[in-house]
Each structure stands twice: as C-alpha cells, then as structure tokens.
Design a binder for this molecule. Structure first.
Ligand SMILES: [Cu+2]
Length: 276
C-alpha cells in the first residue's frame, strides 16, 4: 500500500518524513505508558485504588483515540498530499459529524459517571461519624495541623490573635477553655485503618493539600473550611505537597503524613499533650 501511495511523487516532499515522525511519536508515547516509565507510588486507601482504576480506564479509552487519530493523521498526510492536482472543495458529511460528536459525548459523559465514586466519595459523602477530625491550616509556606485534644473540641480561633513568632500561628483564643488542650504540630500523624476527616483552611492565598499515595488533592481557600476524608491502610511516612503556585517559596512548601499504629498514635497524642 505504501508503494502505491508513494508512486505518484508530488511537490510535498515533507509528507513522508512527517508521516514517519507521527508513527514514531505514537510508538514512543505508547512505550512510555506500557513500559511504566513513570509509575505512581502504591495506593494507601480504597479510594486511591478507585482513582487508579478510573485513571486506567480513562487512559485506555483516550489512548485508543490518540493512537487512531495520530495514525489516521499520518495516513492522511501521505495519502492526500499535494501531487500538483487542483484542490477540491469538500462540504463534509453531516452523518459523520453527528457520529463522532456523539461518540465523544458518550465517552466523556460515561467516564464522568464511571469516575463519580472515585472523586465524589471523598468529597460529597459525609465522613464516618467516628472519624478523627484534624484541622489543616496553610499559609505561605507552611502547613499547620491542629488536633482537638482530650476534650474532642477545637478551641475558638481569632484572626487578630494570629502570631507565629509568639507560638500562636493559628490565633487560638486563650480565653476559650476548649482551646487549651488543642495540639498544634507541623506534621500530620494519623492511625492506620481509622477514618480521618481533614478540615482544610488557608490564612492567606489559595494553597493545596496533596498526598500522592492517597490520590487526594484538594485546594485550601481563604475564608472556607473544606472537609475531605480518607482511611489510610498502609503505615509509613508520605510527603504532603502544595500544588498551587502560591508565591516565591511555593517549591519549599511541604510536610509529611505519618500513618502509624494505633498504639503509636496514642503515644503521639500523649507526648504532644505533655510537650504543649
Ligand atoms: Cu502553597
């Protein structure tokens, strides 16, 4: 077929190199995914497994569309190249337009519906009633985590009392008894296999809370408290990063999520209650 395509040589000599480049480009792209050159770290929650499944499904469908479209383009570049003939005006085919618009619509809406559980599960369903609540506050360029302490209640915050150098980065009101046992730390520690609800806040600009292993990424927005929840099922130390370009120190903005055993978690709370 290629020989018949090339038999009549036209004035468009770039057609063959461009078609070859497109085939090479497709092969290199497919290789990068099939050989798993950039694997994601193992997931540490059931929601993360759902996200991985959805990602794979999306990748198969869009990958097939990508391969067909690029190889079709390579064929068209070669087949319909300029051979010195007069260009013809083609009006197009309504039936084909309707067909591929419908296929695209079904693919996108279908993927959206299929991915609903993976995405909405962590956001639109309330956290389990026995979840451990931890408040996460972002500002340029640090994360601060607050545990409610032994009374299970967060103390009142007053923005006018925010004073990090004086040891009150969140502005906890000293007159509120509920705040006296609040634990404020710069790393997030949670027990394994227990549901955790984070209450995300920001003091200055939009930041983000992202843990790759949880496949959980959520912006923090000034003036809003955004809840997200997850149940980690693997102990370890994982990086928390800000994925919003939040200022000059953005690249240094990170913290850690420590997923520990139940007894280590109890010890952590005791130690912090003693220290603070
Ligand atoms: Cu940030």
């Amino acid at each position: 077929m290629v020989s018949s395509l090339l038999r009549s040589r036209g004035s468009a000599s770039p057609a063959l190199p461009l078609a070859i480049f497109l085939c090479f480009f497709v092969a290199a792209s497919v290789y990068a995914f099939v050989a798993r050159l950039y694997p994601s770290p193992p997931p540490i929650s059931e929601d993360a497994v759902l996200v991985d499944r959805q990602y794979a499904l999306t990748l198969y469908i869009t990958g097939a569309a990508f391969i067909l479209a690029q190889l079709g383009l390579a064929y068209a570049v070669l087949r319909f190249r300029d051979r010195g003939q007069k260009a013809k005006f083609i009006r197009g085919k309504i039936a084909l337009e309707i067909l591929w618009t419908s296929v695209t619509l079904v693919a996108f809406v279908g993927l959206g519906i299929a991915g609903r559980n993976a995405w909405a599960g962590a956001r639109f369903t309330p956290a389990a009633p026995d979840s451990i609540q931890i408040e996460v506050t972002t500002n340029q360029f640090v994360y601060t985590f607050r545990y409610p302490g032994a009374d299970g209640k967060f103390g009142r915050l007053d923005p006018s009392l925010v004073n990090a150098p004086a040891g009150n980065p969140l502005g906890i009101d000293p007159n509120d008894p509920a705040g006296r046992d609040d634990i404020v730390v710069s790393d997030l520690t949670v027990p394994v296999d227990r549901p955790v609800e984070l209450l995300l806040r920001s003091q200055d600009v939009i930041h983000n809370f992202f843990v790759r292993e949880l496949r959980l990424q959520q912006d923090t927005v000034p003036g809003m408290v955004i809840p997200v929840h997850f149940t980690p099922n693997g102990t370890g130390r994982y990086e928390i990063v800000c994925t919003q370009l939040c200022g000059l120190g953005h690249s240094t903005m990170h913290s850690h999520l420590n997923v520990v055993s139940e007894s280590d978690y109890v010890n952590f709370l005791k130690r912090q209650a003693f220290v603070q």
